[in-house]
Design a protein around this ligand. Sequence first.
Ligand code: PEP
Ligand code: MG
Length: 921
Amino acid sequence: MSQKRHVYAFHEGDGKNKKLLGGKGANLCEMTQFGLNVPPGFVISTEACLDYLANESKTLPDNLMNGVRTHMEQVEAATGKGFGDAANPLLVSVRSGSAMSMPGMMDTILNLGLNSNTLEGVIEQTGDQRFGYDAYRRFIQLFGKVALSVPDEAFDEEFEAVKQNAHVTEDVGLSADDLKEICDRFLKVFEKHTGRPFPEDPYDQLEIAIKAVFGSWMGKRAVDYRRQFNITPDMANGTAVNVCTMVFGNRGNDSATGVAFTRNPGTGENKLFGEYLVNAQGEDVVAGIRTPKPIARLAEEMPEMAEQLEELRQKLESHYKEVQDFEFTIERGTLYCLQTRNGKMNATAMVRTSVEMVEEDLISKEQALLRIDPIYLEQMLYPRLNNENKAEPVAQGLPASPGAASGLAVFDADRAELMGKEQGQKVILLREETKPEDIHGFFASEGILTSRGGKTSHAAVVARGMGKPCVAGAEGISVDVQRREAVAKGTVIREGDMITIDGSSGNVFLGQIPMVEPDFTEELNRLLRWADEAAYLRVMANADTATDAGRALKYGAMGIGLCRTERMFNAVDRLPVVIEMIVAETPAQRQAALDKLLPMQRSDFKEILEVMSPKPVTIRLLDPPIHEFLPTEQQLLSDLNELHHLRNSVRGMNVLAGSMMLLQDPELARQEADSLRHMVDESLVEQAIEKKETMLRKVRTLTETNPMLGHRGVRLGITFPEIYSMQIRAILEAAAECAAKDLEVHPQMMVPQVCTAEELKRVKAMVDEIRVDVEAKYGQKINFRFGTMIEVVRACMRADSLVEEAEFFSFGTNDLTQATFSFSREDAENKFLPMYNQNDILKDNPFEVLDEKGVGKLMQLAVDWGRQKNSKLSVGICGEHGGHPSSIAFCHRAGLNYVSCSAPRVPVARLAAAHASLQQQ
Ligand code: PEP
Ligand code: MG
């Protein structure tokens, strides 16, 4: 005989043992034991469930029903009622509840204990026949359906028949007699479908209900749910059964039922928030038949109850030290708490309640930080679509840069500039894909939408850098620039039509969708200051311009961890000079272009250093292959084609003009011919053709089969040293000019794509030479640091020799991930990665979540080998992973000094860095 204990009264069970008692049961025990008024009851353990399921004869474990009887007697004593007592009946609810909340399991049975005898008792006690029959018919149906699978429709048919006979349309119109008839009909339905009469003995009812709850654990819904959400037996095994005394909020005008939050879940305000209904049951609130009243009204309707509810609120919070979402019922002037759980709130409310609960000494600063999932903060930092948005997207692309924006669709950058900048309209730049020459369109637009390309496409990268929303690769949209329209799901979007993009989900909508603006509150600032105190990792921002840097400061960046200089090359006034530099045929021509670029870059760097003073600014020397700044071969061929057409037409006109000379009036003919010739000068067309052809030759010589693995980064800097020289000089001169103004600045020079120490040595030699020159010119020493990116596998392997040249390492994990996996990011994300993730071949997208086992291992080696030679080596990360919480936790464990991420991610990273420290402690 089993000696295991299977039944626990609410005042006995261990409120922390969710595995044994299920979440709901443990909670009922805990609430009872710290003094809340919970209706008396008991929990049958999950172990009993497992024993029952293991037993092939499907009988309850020995002694289980004895335990149930003993505990029911205790409940009878506590309530002064009797289970099955016709004079003073005790009714109970029966609910399932496993260690994990599982909506796939059994529904609740209410009013168990009713039968033809106890029903009379209920009617006598309440003096309300209608109430009695209504409770009874609900019980028969629920019991039949939930415990013995009688189909709802069988009951519903009878219910409708009685309603028709009574000529009523609403349930509330049914009289006590009608309800009595419904009960009779329901009892027959029950018997017909189960082949047995409705059980009259309350203990029989209870036993059947317990078996049904236990059985539901292996029901299809529950099994599917566990599989879907990966709930394994160590997380939840078996369900408990909760048996709880029924209390009624529908016993008259001194009764009520409601749901409430201890604080406002939308704003965090420290005030009871919720709704209630007088003379009603929980179901009525849910069914929405009557409109509930705001909780503040209770103070007028039932002042004493309102006071007790306020007390309940205080008790809940001081016990759980967390905002609670709870259910209550008032039965004839007595307040009961039926359920409580941690309240779900939006980010604004989470932050405010964290700060206020610390001020109230309810929780510690550490708890305040740890209760917020860092990624949650993003909600507060971008404009976002209102949750109530029910509009259907017309297309979906990749969520390439977060935030939402609405604007008029425009199909090229010039038009974006005209409408956005000059006419002051809000526009969304909608392109097949974008190129460097579209950059002015980015500045003028609220957001960017492309129908091609991935998360690292030009559009995505530039938009993220600027902090503008971007949806990339929305393949459902076909763009026709010539006609200035696009088609999505059969709808034509014309230039000037309002559209909305959501860069956080990738959705595209027609029209303007209401938005919620970002919210950088004083509470958030306070919370993040606590985070900075707790964190070891410092948080830097990736920012390419002074404007971006200013924004990064607002988000609390402690410096710039990555300034990509090529973004400056893309600016409207720079690009023609950059192209001039690239297409230069002689060193002298190239130098002339670089001489024009030097002052521009110097002033760029100076502005950033000034904005960030005295914080460090890490400037990366030019990285991308230079052909990226040129038009594509395809574009050039199409331009040339047009120019050739034009030349042919001009020639045709000239022939026409010549023949007009032969006309009778030679003077008139000459005039006509001249005006025709003036319309287009053939020599101008020839010049344009020649220029395009030169460019085409250049593009063809620069074209690479695999540009990302080709002539870029430091390789470019070594083969075209004058480009890096110009940048190094611009950085040093900018620093000197700031210092001359007594500004404390800390520039850091960083070399990309390094794979051997020899490369670093060569660049370092350039730096040393230029430094001597600049120091002499400005008459002062220049304070700066020299370091390398680590984004090539070999760089990790050679960290011990790189450290001899570099004062700091910064992991470029975007490239390092590509290099480690040998995946090209765009191809991977557009082709096989989603399938790999769905099929668990790879758990996460390694371009978003740092691959700790592979890339992380390489990083750890590089850190360890680097620090063995230089224990003071500063190490950071500036790939996209620098803004991802679990990756930040890894960086903390790996011993990095800082992470760097896009500006709006900085708050997320600050909180994640604090979590990493606190969790390690
Ligand atoms: C990286 O590779 O992680 C990096 C920061 O450089 P980019 O993304 O500019 O290649
Ligand atoms: Mg890189």
